[in-house]
Write a protein that binds this ligand. Structure first.
Ligand SMILES: Cc1cc2nc3c(=O)[nH]c(=O)nc-3n(C[C@H](O)[C@H](O)[C@H](O)COP(=O)(O)OP(=O)(O)OC[C@H]3O[C@@H](n4cnc5c(N)ncnc54)[C@H](O)[C@@H]3O)c2cc1C
Length: 451
């Protein structure tokens, strides 16, 4: 049986970053990644959504220097983002948050990003086992802690520290944590069937005259459901990911098709992702046919398309006294509001890996909060604020935001110009935010575990 200091379940950005820093700090670390095929990667790799976006300040959150992310990982710099409602829209050209990166953000190749993190982790001395799944973990606590990790190959690994980085599906996390919970179960708090969203995306070549290579586009208020929205993310050449996020399990009967532009009166169920995308393209580009946006089939998971679970929830703390840290998407670190989560994944992974190597994992919950409190607070507040938004709410908000923020730049004078709606927006944001202050966005506290 192999024995290691730190075992990491899952080799996405969170798990790989954890193994990287654990090895850098002298620990014997192993990552176990089940491995999935992708058209744009040789051999199996982690379950990476393809090209993705990072905002300028997220790169600082990941503690990467401006030039540290290799050039072939970075596809292109971004200039800004467009938010489009049923009839109003507004644009931002800056995030408004101090950042070292010189552009608004960067579109990057997620599979290459994951591969780069893996190379760094291996160069630091960690091992990365691909093609084997963790099927179970048995934890013994007897003065100290030990984890017996069972693999689908029949092999076993014993580890002093366990880092759970199995992403939003939490194939292992839920059961491991629930051995330490009482009446309130992690399965209830983070249950994927209740709280998860689904993300669906297509890689399409966009006609040159329509293609905006440096802007992210998000549509809000045209499809039903909390934080349900389509988007376009530019990749390389004139290829974009055109996709959407939506909650699973919505009932079409709860929504008036006349209110939501991407619904039709004869819909008998909530449309599938591909139907929504077709309707989005028809709405935006009425003079074009779907064939004008050909699918790029040599990308993604299946013929140019990809479906992912996405965790729409709030973060939890870890039972560090058991020698366990939950990181990234598994801990509820991906924002329900804008889907961004690679920065949180890398940072929580880096903190957990280092602390496990230093045998100070008890500091993990307070360290990730110090590093990420502002980010979590902002994202959770935004997601909460738009909970019951109807199409007209999006229009009103975007109209006011356009007046209040001059392409991202805020001033008190312009808020006054936005009138009552602007003031209400500001007040609503502040009031909601104050509810989540002092870590109140955390769904499950360390003190609730019995270890
Ligand atoms: C469509 C989509 C678009 C997104 N766009 C962006 C974006 O633009 N910017 C951004 O910052 N974030 C984005 N995100 C969010 C980002 O992808 C996640 O926040 C990030 O992947 C979380 O990293 P992670 O390492 O925690 O989990 P994951 O990346 O989900 O990795 C978990 C890994 O664990 C492995 N695994 C699971 N169970 C086991 C097991 N039992 N044994 C072995 N291996 C296992 C899986 O195969 C997987 O590789 C997007 C997400 C989606 C779905």
């Amino acid at each position: 049986m192999e024995r290691v200091d730190v075992a990491v379940v899952g080799g996405g950005p969170a798990g790989t970053a954890a193994a990287w820093t654990a090895a850098e700090h002298g620990a014997n670390a192993v990552v176990i990644e089940k491995g999935v095929p992708r058209a744009d990667r040789d051999g199996p790799g982690p379950d990476s959504t393809d090209a993705a976006g990072l905002l300028d300040y997220w790169i600082d959150i990941m503690e990467f220097g401006t030039e540290e992310i290799p050039e072939d990982v970075r596809l292109r710099d971004l200039d800004g983002a467009d938010f489009i409602g049923p009839s109003e829209s507004f644009q931002i050209d800056q995030t408004g948050i101090d950042a070292s990166y010189p552009a608004f953000g960067v579109a990057f190749h997620r599979a290459k990003f994951d591969d780069w993190l893996r190379e760094e982790a291996e160069a630091a001395g960690a091992s990365y086992r691909i093609g084997d799944s963790v099927t179970d973990v048995e934890t013994t606590i007897d003065g100290t802690h030990e984890h017996r990790i069972l693999l689908s190959s029949g092999e076993e690994i014993t580890a002093t520290y366990l880092i759970l980085a199995d992403g939003p599906q939490r194939t292992i996390t839920t059961d491991v944590l629930d051995q330490f919970t009482g009446d309130r179960k992690i399965a209830d708090v983070l249950n994927p069937t209740k709280v998860n969203h689904i993300a669906y995306q297509e890689h399409r070549r966009v006609p040159e005259e329509l293609y905006d290579p440096a802007r992210l586009k998000f549509w809000w208020g045209i499809m039903p459901g909390h934080t349900a929205y389509p988007w376009v993310f530019p990749n390389d050449e004139n290829i974009a990911r055109i996709g959407l996020t939506m909650p699973i399990g919505l009932d079409i009967g709860d929504y008036n098709p006349d209110h939501w532009e991407l619904l039709r009166r004869d819909d008998e169920q909530i449309p599938q992702g591909k139907v929504y995308i077709r309707r989005l393209l028809e709405r935006e580009y009425p003079d074009y046919e779907l064939d004008d946006f050909p699918l790029v089939e040599d990308r993604g998971k299946r013929g140019g398309t990809e479906t992912y679970p996405i965790s729409s929830t709030r973060p939890i703390e870890s039972p560090t006294a058991a020698g366990i840290a939950v990181v990234g998407g598994a801990m509820g670190g991906t924002s329900a509001f804008h889907e961004g989560g690679d920065h949180v994944a890398v940072r929580t992974g880096k903190i957990a890996g280092r602390l496990a190597a230093q045998e100070h994992l008890e500091q993990y919950n307070s360290e990730w909060r110090d590093a990420l409190d502002t980010e979590f607070l902002r994202n959770v507040t935004m997601a909460e604020l738009v909970q019951d938004y109807q199409p007209s709410d999006w229009d009103r908000t975007f109209g006011a935001a356009r007046t209040m923020f001059n392409r991202g730049e805020y001033s008190i004078g312009s808020t006054a110009r936005a009138g009552l709606t602007g003031l209400k927006m500001l007040y609503g944001y502040k009031r909601t935010k104050s509810r989540f202050k002092n870590g109140n966005y955390i769904q499950f506290r360390e003190s609730e575990y019995s270890v």
